[in-house]
Design a protein around this ligand. Structure first.
Ligand code: SF4
Length: 265
């Protein structure tokens, strides 16, 4: 079996506890306007132009976006940093794209990680069949679970899909005793509206068990160069990053509702 990944980030400190190695799996069924990893949306290995400058000359060549790898090869890569993971209480994080689009590959890689006593985290949009989640439930120590918008119409507009299965799957994970930390992109006018923040706080209170906390992920436009390189429309090109004060106000709202909230991952 092989999977398709597009990056491995070593020494990550925002993708779960401790020092982690984060693997980015290719393919995502959503199309969020603010996606920071647009190269991860297409499930197939692709190609994009890359420009290299030598002195005053520029050379453009085609570069592969993503590559195939077996679970065994991937876990051998992860083990290169295992000493740092173990010393820091870290581990391996599987992100994307949407890692559950390759549920069988993900499950096999997670099983190999557990065999090596690695802590495992899966960063998911939750937009997947419950049967896909079931494959990884016993192999995942922590879910980093993205919530975007509570209003289904808004969710469809900004991500291309309903939020129903996402909300149901989160409740299902918690019912099964799994640990989950919520991640919310802070996108002014979309996820960051008084209505959505209030509805998200109410939804968290309605869940069958508490989540571990909330990460508020500030929108920034550092992925702009990726959109132009991939020739993808960037709907939020002109959107400015949020002032810190606006983020602190949202953090205080979550804290006032009893949740541990932090800015950043
Ligand atoms: S769910 Fe994540 S990876 Fe998928 S489109 Fe949205 S932001 Fe991008």
């Amino acid at each position: 079996m092989t999977g398709v990944i597009f990056d491995i980030k070593r020494f990550a400190v925002h993708d779960g506890p401790g020092i982690r190695t984060t693997v980015f799996l290719k393919g995502c069924p959503l199309a969020c306007w603010w996606c920071h990893n647009p190269e991860g949306i297409d499930p197939a290995v692709g190609a994009a132009p890359k420009t290299v400058r030598v002195g005053s000359k520029a050379f453009t060549e085609s570069e592969a976006v993503g590559y195939e790898i077996t679970p065994q090869q991937l876990v051998a890569e992860l083990q290169k940093e295992q000493i740092f993971m173990d010393e820091s209480g870290g581990g391996a994080t599987f992100s994307g794209g949407e890692p559950l689009m390759q549920a069988d590959f993900l499950a096999e890689a997670l099983a190999l990680c557990k065999k090596e006593n690695m802590h495992t985290a899966v960063d998911t949009s939750g937009f997947a069949a419950w049967s896909a989640l079931q494959k990884i439930l016993p192999l995942t120590d922590l879910f980093l679970y993205d919530l975007k918008m509570m209003d289904d119409g808004c969710h469809r507009r900004y991500t291309g899909a309903s939020n129903r299965v996402i909300l149901e799957n989160l409740a299902g994970l918690l019912k099964n005793g799994k640990r989950a930390r919520i991640r919310i992109p802070m996108v002014p006018g979309a996820t960051l509206t008084p209505e959505n923040v209030g509805q998200t706080i109410a939804f968290l209170a309605s869940l069958p068990a508490p989540v571990e906390g909330v990460d508020l992920l500030p929108y920034h436009n550092t992925a702009a160069h990726k959109y132009s390189r991939l020739k993808r429309d960037n709907a939020l090109e002109a959107l400015k990053p949020l002032p810190k004060e606006a983020l602190l106000a949202v953090q205080r709202q979550f804290e006032a509702a009893g949740w541990s909230a932090r800015i950043g991952g």
